[in-house]
Design a protein around this ligand. Structure first.
Ligand SMILES: NC(=O)c1ccc[n+]([C@@H]2O[C@H](COP(=O)([O-])OP(=O)(O)OC[C@H]3O[C@@H](n4cnc5c(N)ncnc54)[C@H](OP(=O)(O)O)[C@@H]3O)[C@@H](O)[C@H]2O)c1
Length: 284
């Protein structure tokens, strides 16, 4: 299998490269080597490398910043995947594109199915949803994986932020009225590899953690693991705050639990985020 990986230096990109099966060839390109929003560059790189499959781990992921940079976010999250789909179609390659729980408004009370109506609350979610539509219109066989609350030993994420904050502060207020399923980027990478190995049908798949929590509960667990493994000396005092008490430029969905039964039916396990947490807490 010959893979072209975009966004190679992000959390998913790095974890994907770490798990590449033996015998697979990969061209792993960061944004400096391949800017997915640049149509002619995308076309030239893909035509030259002729991959069997393209895995798009590149995205504009600054949820708050996107509110003030909607054009940049759209270029990367909407035009970027469209460029990849066009180039994939031209050479008959598969495309695996990654999207987000932020396509939903979070007003639901049951885990979201792939078929549930979308209604993004902010620019990031809207540009990612437009990216899904662009991919589907060019390449209906593409697989689109929506994921959520991604963390890993690489890059910036909630786990790393919590650990760093605890080194400076004795007490922290954490949002307790948003619920979701943390997802370890390594597990997501494994799921993508399994989809490729199975030559799975195109369409949308939901992939996230196997257990839902609030940010408060997630932070509480992060600190327990960090203390038990000697990563930090002392657990900070945690207090629950509401979304209203912690305003951000972009609105977040209150409930963003993704239902993973479709991907599970292919024999692909959801992310065991708690296990992953214990494995990575000392790696960054
Ligand atoms: N992180 C989350 O909590 C989360 C939640 C739901 C869904 N997702 C989705 O999951 C996927 C992977 O996210 P992640 O957490 O791995 O993100 P990440 O760590 O922020 O990595 C994204 C990567 O995309 C690259 N990128 C930015 N603009 C690009 C461009 N024009 N061309 C090519 N690459 C570009 C970035 O490179 P530079 O650093 O050089 O800009 C970065 O390395 C994304 O599709 C994201 O939308 C993430």
């Amino acid at each position: 299998m010959k893979i072209l990986l975009t966004g190679a230096n992000g959390q998913l990109g790095r974890c994907f490269q770490d798990r590449l099966p033996e015998g697979w060839q990969i061209e792993a390109l960061g944004s400096a080597e391949l800017d997915i929003s640049n149509a002619s560059q995308v076309e030239a790189v893909i035509a030259a490398w002729k991959p069997d499959a393209i895995v798009n781990a590149g995205a504009y992921t600054g949820v708050d910043k996107a509110e003030s940079e909607p054009e940049v976010a759209a270029r990367v999250n909407t035009q970027g995947p469209k460029n990849l789909a066009l180039a994939a179609r031209a050479i008959g390659a598969k495309l695996i594109h990654v999207s987000t729980d932020y396509v939903f408004d979070g007003q639901g009370t049951q885990p979201y199915l792939e078929t549930d109506p979308t209604a993004p609350l902010g620019v990031y979610g809207k540009t990612k949803l437009d990216g899904e539509h662009a991919v589907q219109s060019v390449l209906p066989d593409a697989a689109i994986i929506r994921t959520a609350w991604v963390f890993s030993e690489y890059g910036n994420n909630f786990v790393k932020t919590m650990v760093k904050l605890s080194e400076k502060r004795d007490a922290l207020g954490i949002v307790s009225d948003q619920r979701g399923c943390p997802t370890y980027a390594g597990d997501l990478a494994t799921a993508i590899i399994k989809l490729l190995e199975q030559d799975a049908a195109g369409g949308i798949y939901h992939y996230g953690g196997s257990r839902e929590v609030s940010w408060f509960e997630f932070a509480d667990r992060i600190f327990d693991v960090a203390v038990s493994q000697g990563r930090i000396e002392k657990k900070p005092a945690l207090s629950a705050v509401t979304t209203e008490q912690y305003p951000t430029p972009a609105k977040r969905p209150a409930y963003s639990v993704l239902d993973g039964k479709k991907i599970k039916a292919l024999g692909i396990s959801l992310s065991d985020w708690d296990k992953a947490l214990t494995e990575i807490i000392n790696k960054f």
